[in-house]
Design a binder for this molecule. Structure first.
Ligand SMILES: [Zn+2]
Length: 196
């Protein structure tokens, strides 16, 4: 059974695929992730790099990608106007969470609790998907046949990331080294945008 987990924190209802920890607290995402500061920075870098590479792959014009360790928000991306299929935008939104989860698995730091925290840390991406997409995105259904399901969008993002992962690595490394990246100074992005 792949049902959604629901937890009530203060006045907020949070739905997650991962099971929440028994001692759940929103202010303790850092602890739930069990990462040191450098690893937390790297997690943010992979989250943003995954957004960016899935966007670039779809032809969405990425302008800048940034991480700001220890700040809120700790990372973001800017991009130009886009008139392609809404599902590409929604998949871009879902890719940050999936990139973070994939990286946690890759370095052997993935746990159910850590996965829950990475999901919650990416919660605003769901609101972004709802806000920017022309069709409604449900975050709490379990219908694998609908494109509106956040879980399905996550699966689409996973498929793209499986192909794009080497470029995500490159972009994350640039973000970790410099804090920011854009088309002009980023080989991975330039390559994927067909630039020399
Ligand atoms: Zn995000």
């Amino acid at each position: 059974m792949n049902g959604w987990h629901r937890v009530q924190i203060d006045n907020e209802t949070i739905w997650t695929i991962h099971r929440p920890p028994a001692d759940v607290q929103l202010g303790r995402l850092h602890e739930h992730l069990a990462l040191d500061d450098d690893q937390h920075r790297d997690l943010d870098a992979y989250h943003e790099a995954a957004h960016a590479m899935v966007a670039v792959d779809a032809g969405i014009p990425v302008h800048t990608v940034e991480i700001r360790p220890g700040q809120h928000p700790s990372g973001w991306m800017t991009y130009g106007s886009w008139t392609g299929p809404w599902v590409d935008l929604a998949t871009m939104c879902a890719a940050g969470e999936q990139g973070a989860l994939r990286w946690l698995r890759e370095i052997g730091r993935y746990t159910e609790t850590g996965g829950w925290a990475a999901e919650v840390a990416a919660y605003s991406d769901r609101a972004a998907a709802e806000a920017m997409c022309s069709e409604p995105v449900s975050v709490i259904t379990d219908d694998p046949t609908t494109r509106h399901d956040w879980r399905h969008l996550g699966a689409l993002a996973q498929q793209r990331l499986a192909v794009l992962w080497p470029a995500v690595h490159d972009l994350a490394a640039t973000l970790i080294a410099h804090g920011t990246a854009g088309p002009d100074d980023l080989p991975a992005l330039r390559h994927h945008q067909g630039l020399p």
